[in-house]
Ligand binder design. Structure first.
Ligand code: PLP
Length: 404
């Protein structure tokens, strides 16, 4: 047994566990791929050449660093703490997802992979993966639930424009969890040439730690920008949670800053009490899915339940294992916001700040509003604006009863 890490930021342990969560619960046939990936990532992580290439493309292709922005009019409207946005919605492809795709595809290239596969739900991760694969001339296959393909036609077309092949998955409910199962199956049968790009801090070790590391650029930049701009750290860092990658990327560089509260906002859908939500921590139980142990939405028999949220990007029935660990340890707080609240914040942010947020961070904004009042005028809140709302305008118009 290796020693257990004693600082939050040092997890996972050598077995890829975050306390009792994480690990790798996979078929034996998948183990060679996973061990090869782990070894390659460990080597890349400390290689200055890899870092230099990642930094170069993050700057010139993605547009990093993203700005830190004082949301002055929302601060006034909420009447409490100062609200700052980390503007990851300004990244190429409109969200944080590309930070991770860039890191994984560069790693794939380094490992000599000639074929990229990915799963996608709403299509945002599929688009980001197809984008980076196109840039490096790698064939890209995206597994997507048949139900999601029907619901997310513009993103399906985007992926095709970018040269990716979109494979419909009809098993289960034809949604994200089924697409991920199918991608894992593909990976088992293409051991030698294929790299699987997972889109959030889920899956078997090393994915949760690796995706977190690639997304931690968000928190690293934001922490330095806050110190530079106002000479102090925020009282709270807030982010929305689907699988938990943008939140983990924001939180990780603040884990040892005890004065900084870390707050994750899950999607409460129609309300936690209705059962129609996507809040794995607030309304789920520990179990095993997609190769790791974490909190999951499940019925009394342990069957995974499909998540519901107005935001397609938040309806994953699980959450990254590191969040499960931070939740149980009390280092991070996990709250939720409903569909209705997200719709209200979507419109308010557009009107007051001239920023149309994605529906996902609009959930975070609902809790930022309460927190601003709780902390009062001396408080400082940092929120990750992880995506822009262009993709959501049709859905929002629909909900507001406006025909487009
Ligand atoms: C995919 C997505 C999310 C949810 O994913 P996380 O892994 O929880 O970050 C949140 N916001 C946007 C804009 C997304 O595209």
């Amino acid at each position: 047994m290796t020693a257990r890490p004693n600082a939050f930021s040092q997890w996972p342990d050598a077995q890829g566990r975050f306390g009792e969560y994480g690990g790798r619960f996979v078929a034996e046939t998948l183990m060679p791929n996973i061990l090869r990936l782990e070894k390659a990532y460990e080597a890349a992580k400390t290689d200055p050449e890899f870092k230099a290439e990642l930094d170069e493309f993050a700057r010139d292709f993605v547009g990093r660093p993203s700005p830190l922005y004082f949301a002055e009019r929302l601060t006034e409207a909420f009447g409490g703490a100062d609200i700052w946005f980390k503007r990851d919605e300004l990244n190429h492809t409109g969200a944080h997802k590309i930070n991770n795709c860039l890191g994984q595809v560069l790693l794939a290239k380094r490992m000599g992979a000639t074929r990229i596969i990915a799963e996608t739900g709403a299509g945002q991760h599929g688009v980001a993966t197809a984008t980076v694969a196109a840039r490096f001339g790698l064939p890209c296959i995206v597994y997507m639930g048949a139900t999601d393909i029907e619901r997310q036609k513009p993103n399906v077309f985007r992926m095709k424009l970018l040269g990716a092949e979109v494979v419909p998955v009809t098993s289960g409910t034809g949604t994200l969890k089924d697409a991920m199962n199918e991608a894992l199956r593909d990976w088992v049968t293409h051991v030698k040439d294929t790299f699987y790009v997972i889109g959030t801090v889920a899956g078997p070790h090393p994915y949760p730690a690796m995706v977190r590391d690639f997304q931690s650029v968000i928190g690293r930049e934001a922490r330095a920008q806050m110190l530079d701009r106002i000479g102090r750290l925020p009282d709270a860092a807030v982010a929305c949670i689907g699988g938990g990658s943008n939140a983990m990327g924001l939180f990780h560089p603040f884990l040892e800053d005890e004065s900084v509260r870390l707050i994750g906002v899950e999607a409460a859908g129609r309300g936690i009490g209705t059962g129609e939500h996507a809040a794995s921590l607030n309304g789920g139980e520990p179990g095993i899915l997609h190769g790791n142990r974490t909190y999951l939405l499940q019925d009394a028999d342990g069957q995974i339940i499909d998540a519901h949220s107005i935001s397609a990007g938040l309806d994953y029935p699980g959450i990254g294992p590191e969040h499960a660990f931070l939740h149980d340890a009390g280092r991070a707080e996990y709250v939720s916001a409903t569909d209705t609240e997200a719709l209200e914040m979507f419109q308010l942010c557009a009107k007051l700040e001239g920023i149309i947020p994605a529906l996902e961070p609009a959930h975070a904004l609902a809790r930022v509003r309460d927190l601003a009042r709780e902390l009062g005028k001396d408080g400082v809140i940092l929120m990750n604006m992880c995506g822009r709302g262009d993709k959501d305008v049709f859905a929002v118009a629909d909900h507001l009863g406006v025909g487009l």
